[in-house]
Write a protein that binds this ligand. Structure first.
Ligand SMILES: *Cc1c(COP(=O)(O)O)cnc(C)c1O
Length: 483
């Protein structure tokens, strides 16, 4: 820890040192302290670090280097789609005409922004095969909540109050059951079959007139496409329930298959992950929720609509679930997503998914001699390996993930999905080269060899990072954010 503490900016402070010399505040007659009401004037200057511009710059650049980042190394964090997001899309979102907009500006002044939102709604509707879209939610889980509230409003509007259950497979992302519970539903979990798919008999056993919906990810979190999706959708619709598609990982299917065509009624997709904003970078996210016609009246207000050549906020929607976020969504993220879609076009988006699938299958085949692959059939954009062979030698999946950091690569998502012991969920994405993938394979094979020849090297990893093992639970539960 000492090295990091030494780098803290307060230690660099030196009285009187400044990054910028500003003219004194106030007027030529009176200093600012005489002009302000007394209660707003500090008696003592704030205890801020006194540092030069160069020191500030070095401080922040060094901090940025203490962490692993997609801009510095491979990041195969499954289900997070940590791909390269073109910098030009950041530049576009930062154009004055977008950045300087104020959300309270009148409609006539923001026609360009509304046009962008409308065009993006249309494009996403086309990509997922569902006609009505909102871009208001701030992230994936927020989109799930929006979707389930709409499903609830839909049944309430039909006075069908007995539908209290939402079905969720055991491979689901944790946000699915959490969302269903938060929206006031009872969560019914169903087991997957031995091929990692929805078990049709298990589904039939729980289906009934009290079911509101099923939440599915396709491909599921094992990276497998639910081949029996047509059968699933038939059963659900016959029971009078709806199908919710968790499209957080749309990177797997763009241009290849559409949730609307699979029979889903509601679908959310993460604009971070697939559409040019990094996931988990700590910054804002964005989410689109697309629905079938019969759910359209329940979209959150306002809906961006078009009449002739004019775009406007449609607020007169009596059945709407209301507002679910301040203003109209994270606009900067929408600009990036729109730019990404326009730059790729239909064929380009299709190619993104094809390359993502190819890269994942390549890694799966290359790693299968050294790591157990519990579901060996062809995968989509990601696959799950297991570290149980290594565990038998006393080295855990956590150890393997930590050891990867020594080689400048991020760990896969570990211990998820829960149905695979010692799970390593690996998602290479389409933006990585064959060289990088081969390098990852070579490192993974080396680590496997180490688990036989020098297991302590892996057990005590990482050896080269600024900090070693952190108490992640303590950091999350009792974060110490003060200096
Ligand atoms: C990432 C993810 C989510 C949640 O998205 P957030 O933006 O992190 O809330 C939901 N489902 C799946 C399958 C995911 O991969």
């Amino acid at each position: 820890m000492q090295t990091i503490l030494e780098q803290l900016i307060f230690e660099k402070s030196s009285p009187g040192r400044r990054a910028a010399i500003l003219p004194a505040a106030g007027t030529s007659e009176k200093p600012i302290t005489d002009l302000l009401p007394k209660k707003y004037v500090h008696e003592k200057p704030l205890a801020l670090p006194e540092v030069s511009e160069l020191e500030v710059m070095r401080h922040f650049v060094r901090l940025s280097q203490l962490n692993h980042a997609i801009d510095t190394g491979f990041y195969p964090l499954g289900s997070c789609t940590m791909k390269y997001n073109p910098k030009i899309n950041d530049a576009l979102a930062a154009l004055d005409g977008f950045r300087e907009l104020h959300p309270h500006q009148p409609e006539e002044q923001v026609q360009g922004a509304l046009e962008l939102i409308w065009n993006l709604q249309e494009a996403i509707g086309e990509i997922v095969g569902l006609p009505a879209v909102t871009l208001q939610p701030a992230a994936g889980a927020h989109g799930e909540l929006t979707g389930l509230l709409m499903i609830k409003a839909y049944f309430d509007n039909r006075s069908d109050f007995k539908r209290t259950k939402v079905i969720v497979p055991d491979t689901a992302h944790g946000t699915n059951p959490a969302t269903a519970a938060m929206a006031g539903f009872e969560v019914v979990e169903i087991k997957s079959n031995d091929r990692g798919h929805v078990d049709i008999n298990a589904l039939k056993a729980v289906l009934g007139p009290d079911c509101a919906a099923i939440m599915l990810t396709n491909p599921n979190t094992l990276g497998l496409f639910e081949e029996e999706i047509t059968e699933v959708q038939k059963l659900i619709h016959e029971a009078g329930a709806l199908l919710y598609y968790d499209g957080a990982n749309l990177n797997a299917i763009m241009g290849l298959v559409r949730p609307g065509d699979m029979g889903f009624d509601v679908c959310h997709l993460n604009l971070h992950k697939t559409f040019s904003t990094p996931h988990g970078g700590g910054g804002p996210g964005g989410c689109a929720v697309a629905v079938r016609d019969r759910l359209e009246p329940f979209l959150p207000v306002p809906v961006v609509s078009k009449s002739g050549d004019r775009y406007f906020f449609d607020k007169e929607r009596p059945l709407s679930i209301g507002k679910i976020k301040g203003f109209y969504g994270n606009f900067g993220i929408l600009v990036r997503a729109y730019a990404f879609i326009l730059a790729h076009g239909r064929d380009g988006l299709c190619q993104v998914s094809r390359d993502a699938i190819l890269n994942a299958n390549y890694l799966k085949e290359k790693l299968k001699e050294n790591y157990q692959i519990p579901y060996p059939q062809p995968c989509m954009h990601e696959f799950v390996a297991s570290g149980i062979w290594q565990k038998e030698r006393g080295v855990t999946t956590t150890n393997i993930g930590k050891r990867l950091l020594d080689f400048g690569m991020h760990a896969p998502t570990v211990y998820f999905p829960l149905v695979v012991p010692e799970a390593m969920m690996i998602e290479p994405t389409e933006t990585e080269s064959k060289q990088t993938l081969d390098e990852f394979v070579a490192i993974m094979k080396d680590i496997d060899r180490e688990t036989k020849e020098s297991p302590d090297t892996v057990r005590n990893a990482p050896h080269t990072t600024p900090v070693g093992r952190l108490d992640e639970a303590l950091a999350a539960r009792k974060p110490n954010l003060r200096f």
